[in-house]
Design a protein around this ligand. Structure first.
Ligand SMILES: C[S@@+](CC[C@H](N)C(=O)[O-])C[C@H]1O[C@@H](n2cnc3c(N)ncnc32)[C@H](O)[C@@H]1O
Length: 401
């Protein structure tokens, strides 16, 4: 059956209808006529995948990746980078409009690197081969490369056979200096062949969480700040975009401010803030990240920062500090309801919300709107060619009447 695609949805999938039922069609573009196979048939929608394109969109381009149709990691590799930015912007604008969120306009900041930008990738290992499980079939698909990864990671992937991996998974991270931090979870201890250490700058290798070569951390550098990052701690995966976010938000802070940095990780924003404001209080649930954050504060001589370990929603109940401004950078799930309540019950002058999920951002902003107005909102293309987009939003307390 030929399907005519009407538009793209929030995930970058084509949308069409069969007998009134909505169908989401992977790897199809608006106005295209395609044949698709059913992946899932649910009560309210059908999920499909394009198998043949009869009438191509003028916007369709050939993908740069030979695994694109099976991997599922990239969604916008079948249109130009410029068109992918427009699609992401439209997606967020529509989401906000539907949610009745008041803001005049938003722009999207492109990534400096549109390929080779990821400083971390995670892959499955099966019988010594690296790859991933295909989204639909969960079958292992071996790959040799991922063009989204930084060149130093791609070069390591070429030599991965020297690690004699068994079954499990591997995460490879690269820092600003192209040093690699590798975490392997597997049944058999990996072999650290001398060709690996001669050809690549290996900061450390961990096997099932235990350091088996060099260190379990490396250092990242942004601006004039150095950050120690443990293999199990979060660090922003695109080098330039977080600094673009900082350029947008830093004008909202000054030397009189005390700032809560909720979900602070190893202190990425906390230390940038520390140079601008009077005091920063960071909260993060990962104890490894908090150890690094404390180390990083000392390393960068920031003595106006304190870090607290625990879930934000719990720690805020007992923290012996108050602040006049807040920065939140939660995971994809967005803010816990207790955190939203805290933001509503305390009169913060400003909230900077950095989000990697526009849907949960939208949900949280709908609640925060009772007390706060959106002052500025910008999109950042942290993850080029994928369906993901980062949004930074600054909110100010509504005037009391
Ligand atoms: C998107 S990252 C942001 C980290 C940091 N702001 C940065 O820029 O590097 C989200 C962080 O929230 C932490 N996290 C997740 N759920 C949490 C919770 N309920 N309470 C505290 N931290 C949490 C994660 O460990 C992760 O470090």
């Amino acid at each position: 059956m030929k399907l005519v695609i009407e538009k793209l949805d929030y995930e970058g999938q084509g949308v069409t209808h069969i007998d009134g039922k909505v169908c989401f069609v992977k790897r199809a573009l608006p106005e295209e006529e395609v044949e698709a196979m059913v992946l899932q048939d649910k009560k309210h929608f059908t999920l499909m995948k394009t198998i043949q394109v009869f009438k191509k969109s003028e916007r369709r381009v050939s993908s740069f990746c030979s695994y694109a149709d099976i991997c599922g990691g990239c969604t916008y590799d079948i249109i130009s980078y410029e068109d992918s930015l427009l699609a992401k912007k439209k997606m967020v604008e529509e989401l906000f409009e539907k949610a009745n969120l008041n803001f005049s306009s938003c722009s999207i900041i492109p990534s400096k690197e549109i390929l080779g930008y990821r400083n971390k990738i995670s892959l499955k290992v099966s019988n010594g081969c690296i790859g991933y499980y295909e989204e639909e079939t969960h079958q292992f698909v071996a790959i040799e490369n991922c063009l989204l990864a930084k060149p130093s990671i791609q070069s390591f992937l070429k030599d991965i056979a020297f690690c004699s991996l068994s079954n499990g998974d591997i995460t490879i991270r690269a820092n600003y200096n192209d040093e690699l931090l590798i975490s392997i979870n597997s049944d058999k201890e990996p072999l650290i062949d001398k060709r690996i250490v001669e050809r690549h700058k290996i900061a450390g290798i961990l096997w099932n969480g235990k350091c088996v070569y060099n260190n379990s951390f490396f250092f990242e550098k942004r601006d004039n700040l150095l950050y120690k990052v443990h293999a199990e701690a979060f660090f922003q995966i695109n080098e330039d975009i977080p600094m673009e976010i900082w350029k947008m938000i830093n004008k909202y802070f000054n030397f009189e401010d005390t700032v809560f940095d909720f979900y602070c990780g190893v202190g990425f924003f906390s230390l940038l803030l520390a140079n601008v404001v009077k005091k920063v209080i960071g909260i993060e649930e990962n104890p490894r990240a908090i150890l690094d954050a404390n180390y990083n504060a000392q390393l960068n001589m920031c003595n106006n920062v304190s870090f607290h370990v625990g879930k934000v929603e719990k720690v805020i109940e007992k923290i012996p500090y108050t602040a006049n401004k807040v920065l939140v950078d939660p995971p994809r799930a967005g803010l816990h309801k207790n955190v939203v309540e805290k933001l509503l019950n305390n009169d913060f002058e400003l909230i900077c919300y950095v989000s990697c999920n526009p849907r949960t951002l939208c949900r949280d902003l709908q609640l925060l709107q009772q007390k706060y107005d959106i002052k500025e909102l910008k999109l950042f293309d942290m993850f080029p060619y994928t369906k993901h987009v980062e949004v930074a939003c600054c909110l100010s307390r509504k005037e009391r009447r």
